[in-house]
Design a protein around this ligand. Structure first.
Ligand code: CAA
Length: 260
């Protein structure tokens, strides 16, 4: 097994990134964040990648947070640098043009929960535990958790987790919208790959447009966001893939998308 902080595997158009510090439950240190940021920059420029899966090495943990041993040595200046690296990495991940899917295979705490919040889709194993336990350490979330969590699950549910530091199981995470679906541990990766393949088989220009419009729209007033949608919808009518997709439907055959 490689000791690189991030493992990268590619299967046709699907790239799987695995945070690889299983002995520390995949806690995020600078090496992991820098490797992730560099890989995300490469993926951003790769039009052949249709979906990215993010998971953690080992049997116990997705990511159990930022590295507490490293943080315990920091003063405010170093902590700000660390938070800026975390934010820049998660912002870049979230801004990838293709969908990013978290396969949460165990502890998903603190910076790990924040990592899942930067993904478009989150699927969890039945042993997963989610939480923002920073207050137990005398801290608050530092990689976007006070903001992205409220946007995903609503402000009061976010406050419940951030203020109490409590951990929740996969079923509760699903009930509040922190993950879409829960699978038995042994089935998680197979199920996630199947979903990634389903997305990869759709019209790639449309998939990228749907992600981009949703992301831009969340930050805008509804009328402005709906205008983003109309423009993107209309723009797709100039693409080969929309003609092909609609033509294939009418001819009762499978579409052959060409990403143009
Ligand atoms: N940072 C550094 N090391 C960690 C870690 C973390 N976040 N989480 C676990 N580890 C290490 C442990 O220190 C331990 O190392 P050693 O074997 O060398 O002692 C190893 O991983 C295994 O952990 P445990 O023995 O504790 O395993 P457990 O099954 O008994 O407990 C756990 C698992 C409940 C996840 C527990 O490890 C835990 O509470 N971890 C910390 C979770 C946390 O507080 N995360 C938030 C961090 S702060 C943050 O993320 C800030 C931010 O927003 C940027």
């Amino acid at each position: 097994m490689s000791d690189a902080p991030l493992l990268v595997a590619r299967d046709e158009g699907i790239v799987t990134l695995t945070v690889n510090r299983p002995k520390a439950l995949n806690a995020l240190n600078r090496a992991v964040l820098e490797a992730l940021r560099a890989e995300v920059a490469t993926l951003a420029a790769d039009r052949a990648v249709r979906a990215v899966i993010l998971t953690g090495a080992g049997e116990k943990s997705f990511v159990a947070g930022a590295d507490i041993a490293v943080m315990s040595e920091m003063g405010p200046r170093e902590a700000l640098d660390f938070a800026e690296l975390g934010h820049a990495t998660l912002d870049a991940l979230s801004a990838l043009p293709m969908p990013v899917i978290a396969a949460v295979n165990g502890f998903c705490l603190g910076g790990g929960c924040e990592l899942s919040l930067a993904c478009d889709l989150v699927y969890a194993a039945d042993n997963a535990k989610f939480g923002q336990p920073e207050v137990k350490l005398g801290l608050i979330p530092g990689f976007g958790g006070t903001q992205r969590l409220a946007r995903r699950v609503g402000p009061m549910r976010a406050a419940d987790l951030v203020l109490s530091g409590r951990m929740i199981g996969a079923d509760e995470a699903k009930a509040i919208g922190l993950c879409v679906e829960v699978f038995p541990r042994g089935e998680l990766m197979g199920q996630v790959v199947e979903r990634a393949r389903t997305i990869a088989a759709m019209g790639p220009v449309a998939v990228r447009a749907a992600k981009a419009v949703q992301a831009r729209g969340v930050e805008a007033p509804l009328a402005t966001a709906n205008a983003f949608e109309r423009e993107a919808f209309a723009g797709l009518f100039a693409t080969h893939d929309a003609k092909e997709g609609m033509g294939a439907f009418l001819a009762r055959r499978d579409a052959a998308f060409e990403d143009r």
